[in-house]
Design a protein around this ligand. Structure first.
Ligand code: KG4
Ligand code: ZN
Length: 340
């Protein structure tokens, strides 16, 4: 039989993504972002994001087809994010996916956004091992997942954050330090010149008795704010680089400690890190160092596959097709508050 050519559609936040995957291989993708339109509001505005998805859908689909060198008629299956995400945003991408599937008369699959993040790594490094721990760290999620077969077995959600996501903490602290937007890369750059041991910021949820895989980053953000305020009150200069480096070290320390703890508790040998914060050089270096010391294999996909994109949704669709899973009905509903 002719191999499946799966089109993936992502629209859960401010990225409009289309990706085309066949038999585990990424053929091409197109991506548009409305990030610039949200900057003045200090966060993603759902109605603006939805409108931007509507404008971007057809041109971005065309980009993906051209990048992959395939015609729309070559698509054999469509997969779309059904949640979690911003309701209005998810609905636009799902409606586009349903229209394409109906027009081509091909099966449609609803995909969980977090399964997509996890599957992204397979496009860079091949199939996941039989069992692994996946740390998802982005502006919207901070989750430790225990994954067996991504599409056949249920994903076990070991823990996530009680308050801010890791990327959100980077963005808020960058604002506090006057480092601008987006915060993650700005903090990383400033931190290069700083001493990560200059300030000892709190590592939340690491005491015995604390939930082993749960995160909390709002106290850390408050600690940074208090430090900045007290320096300013005393009329002393604010050592931005040292604060950035110490903050970054505190976040990375907790992320790596908890995800490695999960790998060891489950007697596994692979840790996968995905999401926008996986671009952070200190996170990559510390995770590599501690994984090497623990004899754990570390997998982190290239940046273009860490942030939201359509290829990761196509990757899940492709796995579903090859596993023989039945498609969703064209009438299936979005699930904006989907949980694992
Ligand atoms: O996955 P992503 O592109 O979007 C979603 O949130 O879904 O993640 C964006 C987040 C932002 O909070 C951004 O500040 C953070 O990832 N980020 C970083 C770095 N690059 C992006 N955080 C730390 N260090 C970086 N180099
Ligand atoms: Zn995401």
């Amino acid at each position: 039989a002719r191999p499946a050519v799966v089109l993936g559609v992502e629209s859960s936040c401010d990225e409009t993504g289309f990706g085309i995957v066949s038999e585990g291989r990424l053929l091409g993708q197109g991506l548009a972002s409305s990030a610039a339109q949200h900057a003045e509001f200090g966060g993603v505005v759902p109605e603006i994001a939805a409108r931007a998805h509507l404008d971007a859908a057809a041109p971005t689909l065309r980009l993906a087809l051209a990048d992959a060198g395939v015609e729309l008629g070559d698509i054999t299956h469509v997969a779309a994010t059904s949640g979690p995400g911003l309701a209005t945003a998810v609905h636009v991408g799902l409606a586009a996916a349903k229209s394409i599937a109906w027009a081509l008369d091909v099966p449609l699959y609803g995909v969980h956004h977090l399964a997509g993040h996890a599957a992204a790594d397979t496009l860079a490094h091949g199939p996941l091992p039989e069992e692994s721990i996946i740390l998802i760290v982005s502006g919207g999620h901070t989750s430790i997942l225990h994954v067996r077969d991504l599409v056949r077995d249920p994903i076990e959600h070991l823990g996530d954050t009680l308050d801010d996501a890791a990327g959100e903490a980077f963005d808020k602290v960058a604002r506090l330090l006057g480092l601008g937007y987006p915060g993650g890369p700005a903090i990383s750059r400033a931190a290069l010149e700083g001493d990560p041991t200059a300030f000892s910021f709190p590592r939340a949820m690491l005491r015995p008795g604390d939930a082993p895989y749960t995160f909390s980053f709002s106290g850390l953000k408050t600690a940074v704010a208090r430090t900045v305020e007290s320096l300013e009150r005393a009329g002393e200069p604010v050592p931005v680089a040292d604060i950035a480096a110490s903050f970054e070290q505190a976040v990375v320390d907790v992320l790596v400690t908890k995800s490695l703890r999960a790998v060891q508790a489950k007697c596994l040998s692979t840790l996968v890190i995905v999401g926008g914060v996986a671009a952070n050089a200190r996170l990559r270096a510390v995770a590599q160092e501690r994984c090497d010391a623990a004899g754990v294999e570390l997998r982190i996909p290239p940046m273009s596959l860490c942030t939201d994109n359509g290829a990761m949704i196509a990757a899940v669709g492709d796995l579903l097709v090859r596993s023989g899973a039945g498609p969703s009905s064209l009438g299936f509903a979005a699930d904006p508050s989907a949980v694992l």
